[in-house]
Design a protein around this ligand. Structure first.
Ligand code: B1M
Length: 220
């Protein structure tokens, strides 16, 4: 069996090769080697896709390559998602999360990882998908009797929808009813504070930590 650094290398290489089968195989190898999905994503897949994102920025690769790389990453993330769902199935329900990527934004890989990690940590996650309008977040949260609304944004333009979400909840008198957490590559703690969100997380692991803390306070 390969050692950890060889597995991280295989995870990254599958993204650079735009190869979904290799990504799924490397993800299975990581699980079999006992590497936590969060580490495999953060140290294997993510640096490779971010490097491609930087090359895209410098016009060294173009949208088709980014789409193919994302396809490979999604195949690998699906393997982790399944494993994490199984792990979370037997845990106590820590709370209900309604999760989505905001309107105008189709980036869903990070959002899916956050959802899978929250499930594996014992939250019930209702993943609405991408391009979720502000009213839809609230409608789904009311329907699911959610505790938490989680909004992901990957574009500096669509971050503004997170602000709209908080304003909408306030205008409907629902701001205190839900914990609002925001995240995504351009999002910062400063931004979360500025728009009045209850929480910010830079990655899935931190989302669990922050939400565990807020839920404990809420239930105390
Ligand atoms: Co897009 N894209 N993209 N893209 N893309 C970025 C975001 C970009 C930074 C690339 C670049 O130029 N360097 C840039 C945004 C620039 C900006 O706004 N400042 C960009 C652009 C410009 C675009 C398009 C506009 C390109 C075009 O069409 N000309 C277009 C937008 C389409 C749209 O949404 N309307 C576009 C399209 C695409 C693809 C379809 C090709 C593909 C997405 C496929 C998919 O998701 N199904 C794609 C990809 C893959 C990327 C990059 C390369 C990688 C994103 C990713 O999956 N990262 C990205 C570059 C980058 O981010 N550096 C880029 C891996 C993932 C695990 O990390 O998503 O950050 P991330 O999630 C993390 C954390 O952020 C956090 O936890 C996750 C796990 O650790 N997190 C949360 C995420 N959500 C959270 C929510 C939380 C808490 C934490 O609580 C609610």
């Amino acid at each position: 069996m390969s050692n950890e650094s060889e597995i991280f290398q295989k995870l990254a290489q599958s993204i650079w090769d735009f190869d979904p089968d290799a990504a799924a195989a490397a993800a299975k190898e990581a699980l079999a080697a006992g590497i936590a999905p969060a580490r495999a994503v953060e140290e294997g897949f993510s640096p490779a896709i971010r490097e491609l994102g930087d090359k895209f920025d410098r016009m060294e690769v173009f949208l088709p390559e980014l789409v193919m790389a994302a396809g490979a990453m999604k195949a690998g993330v699906n393997v982790f998602e399944e494993a994490m769902k199984k792990a979370g199935g037997s845990l106590a329900n820590k709370g209900v999360v309604v999760l989505g990527t905001v309107e105008g934004d189709i980036h869903d890989i990070g959002k899916t990882i956050v959802g899978a990690m929250l499930s594996s940590a014992g939250y019930k996650v209702v993943d609405l998908g991408v391009e979720i309008s502000v009213p839809r977040f609230l409608e789904a949260a009311d329907e699911a009797k959610a505790d938490i609304i989680a909004a992901s944004a990957l574009l500096s333009t669509t971050m503004l929808r997170q602000k709209d979400l908080v304003e909408f909840l306030t205008s409907r008198g629902k701001k205190e009813k839900y914990i609002v957490i925001v995240g995504g590559a351009p999002v910062t703690q400063e931004w979360a504070d500025k728009i009045g969100a209850d929480a910010y997380a830079r990655d899935a692991q931190q989302a669990i930590k922050v939400l565990d803390g807020l839920m404990a306070t809420r239930r105390a």
